[in-house]
Structures are given as structure tokens and as C-alpha cells.
Write a protein that binds this ligand. Structure first.
Ligand SMILES: [Zn+2]
Length: 485
């Protein structure tokens, strides 16, 4: 399925759609999740919580979305969270010069170019305004943080552009009060805000986005990992900076210097396992190794976890070996001591970050799940991610079958994610259920009234089975249970 078709289906079925769509000229970069999208996203986040946060013994926090100026002075966002932009002198349209050049030249543009480099490249490639066709020049910088004023005095503050800053700022308090030891991960899922210059692709580039971030704090002198036993055997795909694709056991990737150490290797393997459990196949996932030019200056190593979709390779998680940059900057600007004890040694921990885009991940799960089975369109979501576990149908809306079906639905709705559908033929109802990934359909008929059995039909095999009505709940719940880490 193409990006446009997937997005259209997502809108029709109530997964996600453009925000404030009934207003003309409502800004791009904002989406609303509908009922099915909320359910899918919540379950995706729950899977992340179980397979990454809890399985690794991380702490989860939920920080404020508005943070004071000092935090972003320390983090570097005030000075450098900027994107290049160019304004058409004739019609006033605003563009990202790097994106325009990429589209025209059909090759990626390095991330850290100077403004005049963009002007020169636009000139060379003959880039023109997409609206009026004029020549474009005069690249300048735009800080992508949303500024807010607190109170009548409008004290300077910002909507967070990433969730991780409160994790860094809270680290000394959490380390002390939660009685943890290094290495320790602290995770957070929540909204972030980025005033993107020209967001175009719906869920893939948002101004208000959902992130799930985990920051692993460790003693830089101890980069082994207690759970490295299973992860070192995992075989991962890497895209190296020279363009080569290699498949390597984690242990070998470390020996070859592609992955810095066991700790980083462990989390890369954990992430790949997580996305497999979310329904993305391993042969469509890779870790792109960033070269020096594409990494932030403080980063010692960086990997983008990418998935191959209709739009090409899409980044889902930025994995970044951040050194002690974050904690030392916050210590410096806030005047607080961010060092902690590791045994009897006082250390300023280093950080390995897993910064996940939740919206992109949800999109990827939807697009990768859709398949055609003859002329039947099926969203093959993992049963534990499906917005609904089952749909309850009465064969006909009479003779007490409808009452029995409604009674079963009422009994189940508190414990399982079920919905009720009594319109159209059974075939139509199956088709509607398949399209939104519902793993089971339960039909009540005349036999139900006689012997208390129902037909349960599987989305994936289309097999139908007769089971006792009082086992429906247990059957659905056990088949849609989250996997063990
Ligand atoms: Zn123009």
C-alpha cells in the first residue's frame, strides 16, 4: 500500500486524520487520532513499556511539557535547534532548501551545511519556488521551538521539543530517591513540539508529536551489560557510512568497531526485537550508522533504526551515544551536582539514548500490516496491537439472537476490547473487521439459543470453530495477550 492509500484508509476507518480539518487553511503538521488510532497507539506504547522499559528494569517518568529557558540553554536547543529555510522573494512561500535540493537532485544533502552552501546548491540544481517558479536564494535559520510566556509577565519558556530533557534534569533526584544503581534506564512517553518549517507527510513529520524515549545512564568505565548474554548473539543489519549493507552478530559488530560496546549493542538488539514483536519483519529493518558529519558534535556514535516502507527507508528511532554532554551541561547551567556514586566511585554518567517516534511507528505498523488476500483487504496487526480483539455479531436481528448477542457484548466489554456489529451481511461484517485488523469475529445464531455455542472465526486463517459461549472471554483474552519479553 502506498503512503497515500494507507493514509486514506487510516482516515476512513478512524485511525488518524488531519487536525481541525473542517477549517480551511488549518496548519499542516497536526493530526488527531480517532478511536482506532488511540487504541492502536496505546497498545503500541504498552508493548514498548513491557518489552523495553519493564523488561530492562527502567524507571518511567512523565515530565512537564513546558520547561524554563535555562533547560534549553543547557541542552543547546536555544542556540542550535534550527532548520534552514528560504522564503520566495516573489510570492512569500517558505521552503526547506535541503528538501528542495534533495527532490531535485535525487540524492541526500548533508545535514550540517552553511546557509550559503544551500544557496549555491539551489543555484547549481536550478531549484525554483514550487508555487510561482521564481528563483530562490537567501537561506536563513529558524528555531523550531514553540515559545510560550508563563504568567502575566510572560516569563520565557518553551514547549519541549523532545521528551528527554526532563529525564536528564530529574536524574539526580530519581537516582537518589528510587535507590537504583548504574547502569539504569529512565524512560518517558509523551508529546513534543517542533515548529517544523514545511511539514508535508501527515504522521511522518508533525509539529506536535508523540515520542517514547529511553535514556540509559552508565559509568563510562563500565560499558558491559548484565543482559548481554542473549543480545550478543542477535544478528542485525547495518547500513555503513560507506553505503555497504552488512549483517552481523552484535558481538562481531562490536569487534569490528561498528557498535561501540556491549551496552549499546544490547539496546540495539532489544529495539530490533521490539519492532519485530510490533509486526515489522526483521528483513525490513536496519540500523544506519551515522558518519561524523551527520552526528551531533557531542555524539560518540549514532544509529538510526530505519524501516523499509512505501516511502523508502524511514527513521523510527534515533540511537545516540551522547557521552556526558547532557548531564555536564545541566550541571553547568543549573549549578546542581549531577554526579552520582557507582560503588564508592563518584561519576558523571554517560548516556545511551533510544529516541523513538511513536507516530511514525504507528504508521509503519499500519502500512506493513495491510495485505491483500484475493480481493479481501486485511490489516494483519499482531493480535495484541489490534484496536479490537473481537467483534460480536448476531446472525439476524430477531428471535432473541440479537438480545443474546447484546448480552454477551455487555458482559465482555469491560474486560476485552470488543465491538458490536449487526448491520449488513455476515460477509460484509467480516470484511469490515478484517480491514481494521480485528483478529476474531464471534457470531451468535439459532444454535446458540439451543446449546449455548457460538462460531468464532479467525482473521488470519478464516477458519471457523464452534465453541461454548462461556469460553469466549477466555479465548479472546488469551489469544490477544502481550508476548513475554
Ligand atoms: Zn514563489
Amino acid at each position: 500500500m502506498s503512503f497515500d492509500e494507507t493514509t486514506r484508509l487510516a482516515q476512513q476507518k478512524g485511525f488518524f486524520f488531519k487536525s481541525a480539518d473542517s477549517y480551511p487553511n488549518s496548519p499542516a503538521g497536526f493530526v488527531d487520532y480517532g478511536p482506532l488510532g488511540v487504541a492502536l497507539r496505546n497498545k503500541f506504547v504498552e508493548l514498548w513499556r513491557r518489552l523495553i522499559v519493564k523488561s530492562d528494569g527502567m524507571l518511567e517518568v512523565d515530565g512537564a511539557q513546558i520547561l524554563p529557558r535555562g533547560v534549553f540553554e543547557a541542552s543547546g536547543h536555544l542556540a542550535s535547534f534550527t532548520d534552514p529555510f528560504v522564503r520566495c522573494a516573489k510570492c512569500g512561500s517558505v521552503f526547506r532548501p535541503d528538501k528542495l535540493i534533495e527532490e531535485k537532485a535525487k540524492h541526500p544533502v548533508p545535514e550540517k551545511l552553511g546557509d550559503s552552501d544551500y544557496d549555491a546548491m539551489m543555484e547549481k540544481e536550478g531549484v525554483r519556488c514550487l508555487k510561482c517558479g521564481s528563483k530562490l536564494s537567501g537561506t536563513s535559520r529558524f528555531n523550531m521551538m514553540f515559545k510560550v510566556g508563563i504568567g502575566p509577565g510572560a516569563e520565557e519558556a518553551y514547549l519541549r521539543p523532545e521528551t528527554c530533557q526532563s529525564i536528564f534534569v530529574d536524574f539526580p533526584l530519581l537516582f537518589k530517591t528510587q535507590r537504583v544503581k548504574l547502569p539504569v534506564g529512565i524512560a518517558q512517553v509523551g508529546r513534543s513540539f517542533r515548529n517544523e518549517i514545511a511539514p508535508r507527510q501527515s504522521l511522518l513529520r508533525l509539529r506536535e508529536l508523540n515520542q517514547a524515549e529511553a535514556e540509559v545512564f552508565f559509568n563510562p568505565a563500565k560499558t558491559d551489560h548484565p543482559r548481554f548474554l542473549w543480545s550478543k548473539e542477535e544478528v542485525l543489519s547495518f547500513k555503513l557510512p560507506d553505503g555497504k549493507d552488512v549483517k552481523l552478530r552484535v558481538e562481531d559488530a562490536i569487534a569490528q568497531g561498528i557498535v561501540p560496546n556491549a551496552l549499546a549493542g544490547h539496546y540495539l538488539a532489544l529495539l530490533i526485537r521490539f519492532y519485530e514483536a510490533a509486526g515489522l519483519s526483521r528483513d525490513r529493518l536496519r540500523l544506519r550508522v551515522l558518519n561524523d558529519e551527520d552526528r551531533a558534535f557531542y555524539s560518540k556514535a549514532a544509529f538510526d533504526l530505519e524501516v523499509n516502507l512505501s516511502v523508502g527507508w524511514l527513521e523510527l528511532v534515533a540511537c545516540n551515544y551522547r557521552g556526558d554532554y547532557d548531564l555536564s551541561r545541566h550541571a553547568q547551567v543549573s549549578g546542581t551536582d549531577f554526579q552520582v556514586l557507582d560503588g564508592d566511585q563518584k561519576v558523571l554518567p554517560n548516556v545511551f539514548e533510544l529516541s523513538m517516534g511513536v507516530d511514525r511507528s504507528v504508521y509503519s505498523v499500519i502500512e506493513s500490516g495491510i495485505r491483500m488476500d484475493g480481493d479481501r483487504r486485511v490489516m494483519g496487526l499482531k493480535p495484541y496491537l489490534a484496536p479490537f480483539a473481537a467483534c460480536i455479531f448476531p446472525l439476524v436481528n430477531k428471535d432473541g439472537i440479537d438480545d443474546a448477542a447484546m448480552k454477551l457484548f455487555d458482559e465482555l466489554k469491560g474486560s476485552a476490547d470488543v465491538y458490536y456489529d449487526d448491520s449488513g451481511s455476515i460477509g460484509r461484517r467480516y470484511a469490515r473487521a478484517d480491514e481494521v485488523g480485528t483478529p476474531f469475529c464471534v457470531t451468535l445464531d439459532y444454535d446458540t439459543l439451543k446449546d449455548g455455542t457460538v462460531t468464532i472465526r479467525s482473521r488470519d486463517t478464516r477458519a471457523q470453530e464452534r465453541i461454548a459461549m462461556d469460553t469466549v472471554e477466555e479465548t479472546i483474552l488469551s489469544a490477544t495477550k502481550f508476548p513475554r519479553p
